[in-house]
Design a protein. Structure first.
Length: 84
């Protein structure tokens, strides 16, 4: 999929899916309205995380691939989740 669409496009589409999911959550009137958002979660996170790791590997200088992946993980898993 990355070779077909490009990592940049997959990253943008996955971030737009996050926006769609949050809009669905914001407009919920019934708990069952959250089911479509939860169905999107798996696809959204898989596309986001795989494209982030590929992109980080692509832009990192030679010999610093693991360091760049550590920074991506720290920003998402550490800082991002800590801030909410």
């Amino acid at each position: 999929l990355g070779k077909l669409l490009g990592v940049d496009r997959i990253l943008v589409v996955s971030l737009l899916n996050y926006v769609l999911r949050f809009l669905i959550y914001a407009g919920m009137r019934n708990p069952y309205h959250g089911l479509p958002a939860e169905a999107l979660r798996g696809l959204t996170f898989a596309a986001f995380w795989s494209s982030c790791t590929i992109y980080a590997h692509k832009v990192s200088p030679p010999g610093l691939h693991a360091t760049m992946l550590m920074l991506v993980n720290a920003m998402y898993g550490g800082l991002g989740q800590s801030l909410g």
